[in-house]
Ligand binder design. Sequence first.
Ligand SMILES: O=C(O)C(=O)C[C@H](O)C(=O)CO
Ligand SMILES: [Zn+2]
Length: 290
Amino acid sequence: MQHTHTPEIAPQTAFESRYASSPAEVQGMNTAQLRRQFLIQDLFVPNQFRWTLSFFDRYLTGGVLPVDGSCPLVAPEQLKAAYFLERRELGVINVGGPGRIIADGTIYDLGYKEALYLGKGTRAVEFSSMDDQAPARLYLNSTPAHQTYPSRKIARADANQLNLGSVDTANERTINQMLINQVLPTCQLQMGMTELKTGSVWNTMPAHVHDRRMEVYFYFEVPEGQAVCHLMGEPQETRHIWVHNEEAVISPNWSIHAGAGTSNYTFIWGMAGENLDYGDMDFCAINELR
Ligand SMILES: O=C(O)C(=O)C[C@H](O)C(=O)CO
Ligand SMILES: [Zn+2]
């Protein structure tokens, strides 16, 4: 059923903090410890905001799945803010059915794989689904902000597209740069989406690190029964985390972030830190990875 008006409901907010960890700590972690520290699961629970705060650049990763009405964005107690975007900016990418976001009275309708940037100072934000049978699944990333930039929807056609990789190296993919400074101004948040072609399974290979920014990868469109083996760690001390559909992984500034799937898939990358230069990456030679 299509909604024309959705009553406001009181969504629950789940909030978890993850302290920053050093390369030396990570070298000694077993599988469970690595997963507890870096993997983010259960991002979409009906009528809940699910937040994980990483102390790497105070990056917030979250999700909301509105089903019974509209979910107003509330500032988690841990932010000690009068409202969520008092000192933050927010990026939203919809990975579900059609969604609607009303921000200080402006309506933004987000289709599948469309993005929205909301600037610092936006007070009232609510999220709803337009179709009961296919609720919106709104993936959220937020970073501290010290200046207000205009809120704006970024549709697929507004993104910068980079076509990288090849069939020979099983990494033919399209990088859609959505919330990045060539497309719109932000304080420090950058987000986009990388789609792997059928038969290609490797992302971000050759791998890189960027000491000036942390990054979070959110994997989706991972087919039922398939998974992605995400690689992290220092280039000569790599570790892996098996990631399933709609799960995210935190990548410290000192860590590679790459992966190979048992099929093709799509992922959203989001990052924050010192600069807004997407190309500021230190590449790691493939034959030097350990
Ligand atoms: O497939 C890729 O390569 C990527 O998508 C790389 C990410 O965009 C990234 O890690 C940016 O720093
Ligand atoms: Zn990166």
